[in-house]
Design a protein around this ligand. Structure first.
Ligand code: SF4
Length: 134
């Protein structure tokens, strides 16, 4: 089993490598792409007026997702890129020239992956071998 195999089972959204729209709905029906971004800047629309498809294809949603896709040069050469993928955008701010920065927790992630990788392989192996009808 390789790091790539482990990451196939580790689709925790902070390690997805890019943002997606989570559709946070406030009490007034206002929709935002993520619970860290319930701000005027990232208001996508209102559930009373728009479908989820319309909200997801809104300009605000597109900018939100696209601005998360930049990969820091340090990540490109990192041995943990298939697991970490740069981490959560929230921890890659402040943006510099519209691009996310190196993750605030980078050194912690490196330390953790080095410490835990063999156990992550074990877990991935166990999950991969679970009976299919569960
Ligand atoms: S551990 Fe650091 S350098 Fe490596 S992919 Fe994650 S954020 Fe980037």
């Amino acid at each position: 089993m390789t790091e790539g195999n482990v990451s196939a089972y580790a689709e925790f959204n902070i390690f997805a490598g890019r943002c997606s729209c989570q559709f946070v709905i406030e009490a007034n029906g206002g929709i935002y792409p993520c619970d860290f971004y319930v701000t005027d800047e990232w208001h996508m629309g209102n559930i009373k007026d728009s479908t989820f498809e319309e909200l997801e294809s809104s300009e605000t949603a597109k900018i939100f997702v696209q601005s998360s896709e930049y990969i820091d040069p340090k990540c490109k050469s990192c041995k943990w890129i298939n697991l970490c993928r740069g981490g959560c955008r929230r921890n890659r701010e402040p943006m510099i020239n519209g691009r996310p920065n190196l993750n605030y927790f980078c050194s912690s992630y490196r330390e953790f992956f080095e410490y835990a990788i063999e156990r992550l392989y074990e877990i991935a192996h166990l999950v991969a071998n679970l009976p299919q009808d569960r």
